[in-house]
Design a protein around this ligand. Structure first.
Ligand code: NAP
Ligand code: ZN
Length: 334
């Protein structure tokens, strides 16, 4: 379909989108698994490209520069959350797609498109080499969604950290926790990822369907980052946490997890937590952290007309580890 973007206002940046990562949230929303999807839906919130025009009052960005846009394109800009740079927790946060907006058609349209116009506050600077641009795209959601909880729970040297679900988010979680100095254990349901997860920085890989392998990790982890996109038994993971350990859920399945057993929490003062993407300043911090260390996502480039097959493969866990759309292949498909 053809869509129209607004003419850049004084504080807007117009971006020619080069690549857009394919997040499991795109699947949840396209299929209205979280309910409330507004159609027509244009998904995509792992956007990278080149600035093509700027409004009169934009001083931080110039045409030609490499930039990114993640999950947030607006917020109230004056609440306590926005003041702290935690726009992701603003009650009026506007998502990159499927949020109400004055622009036609009345809700935001995301990054599976050729251009986007975004207020400068929500535009990120990309400092990676241009040749890595496609592999930078997934940092805008998968990167920040894993970086933010790892930072919030102060993961670092001396910590043993579990990452559950080795997809787009999980593989970034392994890379980032490793780069922060932690010892990382990867938990996967896919035997085929056993070797590959070691290459990402995990020191051990556990196939979570194997009770003996799970038992070997009992009471050993300081923190678990759970990215799994489907409901599952959380108790199996709580048993792996030390006293005072925390499991942060970032995976957002369409239906709830079975309720955890209270005794698994109270007997070792364990915590169950959640985390939503990250704020704009922290997203820039994450991009710079990754640029400084040469960290990018492991990607498989797809054409726009391969998107349905990509979704099916993600549902099967068959992706190492993120599909990224080459947006120039959208031309002529409308
Ligand atoms: P993904 O690439 O599809 O990875 C999810 C992984 O979960 C799979 O690769 C698989 O890993 C594991 N899994 C185990 N059982 C599964 C099942 N029955 N169905 C699907 N996956 C299963 O997804 P993603 O893009 O990383 O996103 C993961 C979840 O995080 C999604 O629910 C997404 O909506 C959510 N999310 C949340 C935030 C946030 O702010 N909190 C941000 C972005 C995304 P193994 O093969 O290793 O078992
Ligand atoms: Zn996402």
């Amino acid at each position: 379909m053809n869509i129209t973007r607004r003419t850049p206002g004084a504080h807007d940046v117009q971006i020619e989108i080069a690549y857009c990562g394919v997040c499991h949230s795109d699947i949840h929303q396209v299929r209205s698994e979280w309910a409330g999807t507004l159609y027509p839906c244009v998904p995509g919130h792992e956007i990278v490209g080149q600035v093509s025009a700027v409004g009169a009052h934009v001083s931080n960005f110039k045409p030609g520069e490499l930039v990114g846009v993640g999950c947030i394109v607006d917020s109230c800009q004056h609440c306590a959350d926005c003041d702290e740079g935690l726009e992701n927790y603003c009650d009026h946060m506007i998502g990159t797609y499927n949020s109400p907006t004055p622009d036609a058609p009345g809700h935001t349209l995301g990054g599976y498109s050729e251009q986007i116009v975004v207020h400068e506050r929500y535009v990120l600077r990309v400092r990676h080499p241009a040749a890595q641009l496609a592999a930078v795209a997934p940092l805008l959601c998968a990167g920040i969604t894993t970086y933010s909880p790892l930072r919030h729970w102060k993961v670092g040297p001396g910590h043993k950290v579990g990452v559950a679900g080795i997809g787009g988010l999980g593989h970034m979680g392994i890379k980032l926790a490793y780069a922060m100095g932690a010892q990382v254990v990867a938990f996967t349901t896919s035997e085929s990822k056993r070797k590959a997860a070691l290459a990402l920085g995990a020191s051990e890989v556990v196939v979570s369907r194997n009770p003996d392998e799970m038992a070997a990790q009992a009471m050993s982890l300081d923190f678990i980052l759970n990215t799994v996109a489907a409901p599952h038994d959380l108790d199996a993971f709580f048993a792996l946490l030390k006293r005072d350990g925390t499991m942060a859920l970032v995976g957002a399945p369409a239906t709830p997890h079975p309720s955890p057993n209270v005794f698994n929490l109270i007997t070792k003062r364990r915590s169950l937590a959640g985390s939503l993407i990250g704020g704009i300043p922290e997203t820039q911090e994450m991009l710079d952290f990754c640029a400084g260390r040469g960290i990018v996502a492991d990607i498989e480039l797809i054409r726009a007309d391969e998107i349905n097959e990509a979704y099916d493969r993600m549902i099967r866990g068959d992706v190492k580890y993120r599909f990224v759309m080459e947006n120039s292949t959208l031309a002529g498909t409308a």
